[in-house]
Design a protein around this ligand. Structure first.
Ligand code: DGY
Length: 328
């Protein structure tokens, strides 16, 4: 019998094509039900549309908790997220119900590391501020002291979280002649990066880049105390998850020039409300969660998410299973 599937947004073609190939028809009534609106389903819509499905393909904008899993029903065989981060999914709840959760590590490592470097350079050299200045008609002449920023050569980059993406950032840093230190008790050195404790990293770094997952241990890891340990000339980059950062503490640190600048790919909540005080600051660059936003990367994420879904529905081991404990 054709399994029932809910896909919570239109994902790039390679993934949809794979699902179509394995589980036609694609008509919603039976088989695959695809959410086609631009905005994600509301909580009520997500519960309603995924009730009774065998497989759920979701995005990081969908909260997948025990309540939703129970509403879907005991036939649910697989949850596949088109994301590497799984903080929107209650993993213990899925594991307790024996449901494998798929995610998409690896395929977005380079795109996210590129984005991290783009943010780092943009904040260091005040690009967004410079563009606002120009568009406001304030550029009257070249000036020896106009919008001076920070140099990379010889500076120290501190990477908090030295997994795939943190290491890919370290690899790029070599080309900029940065000294790299990292804090991650579970990762071995790579790309000439030296392991240090967190206090040393904050004390010595000119750039601090966050690459840990969001969980109960990392929630508000970057708080007032963390920021107070950074150099006044330091730049903070966060391309991981908004919840790792206490935005109120960051606002005060940037406003009082306790640190030089910040560049954020992610916020909490997303989207960032337009009345967020962070938006008043010239030294805070914010973009709308674009870390993995390249065509090729999103194609690969969609394909991997579909491969996880298809494997789960066929009772096979997921190519990328976040909770392999379900297999005993
Ligand atoms: C992920 O996959 O978790 C990323 O944040 C998407 O950009």
């Amino acid at each position: 019998m054709t399994p029932k599937i809910f896909i919570s947004r239109i994902v790039p073609d390679p993934g949809l094509a794979l699902i179509k190939e394995h589980f036609p028809p694609f008509d919603g009534a039976q088989g695959v039900d695809l959410w086609t609106a631009d905005l994600p389903p509301t909580r009520a819509e997500l519960i309603e549309r995924s009730r009774g499905v065998d497989g759920l393909l979701c995005l990081l904008t969908d909260k997948v908790d025990g309540e939703l899993m129970d509403a879907i029903g005991p036939q649910l065989k697989v949850i596949s997220s088109m994301s590497v981060g799984v903080d929107h999914i209650d993993i213990p709840a899925a594991t307790a119900r024996g449901i494998p959760v798929g995610n998409t590590p690896g395929v977005l490592t380079d795109a996210t590391a590129d984005q991290t470097f783009a943010l780092l350079l943009a904040a260091a050299r005040r690009l967004a501020e410079g563009e606002r200045y120009l568009r406001a008609g304030k550029w009257v002449t070249w000036s020896p002291s106009l919008l001076l920023g920070a140099d990379l050569v010889g500076a120290t980059l501190g990477i908090v979280g030295f997994g795939r993406i943190g290491q890919a950032v370290a690899k790029r840093a070599q080309g900029f002649d940065l000294r790299v230190i990292y804090h991650d008790p579970t990762s071995k050195p790579a790309y000439n990066a030296q392991p240090v404790d967190l206090d040393t990293l904050l004390r010595e770094s000119d750039f601090v880049s966050i690459h840990v997952p969001l969980n109960s241990e990392t929630k508000h890891l970057v708080n007032a105390e963390f920021l107070a340990k950074m150099k006044p000339s330091a730049v903070l980059v966060n391309a991981a998850r908004g919840g790792i950062l206490d935005q109120n503490a960051l606002y005060h640190a940037l406003k009082s020039k306790q640190i030089f600048a910040a560049a954020l790919d992610v916020t909490d909540p997303e989207p960032l409300p337009m009345d967020s005080p962070l938006l008043e600051l010239e030294n805070c660059l914010i973009v709308p969660h674009l870390g993995s936003a390249s065509k090729k990367t999103r194609d690969m994420m969609s394909l991997l998410a579909a491969q996880n879904l298809v494997a789960g529905l066929k009772g096979e081991r997921l190519p990328n299973c976040f909770n392999p404990q379900v297999y005993g």
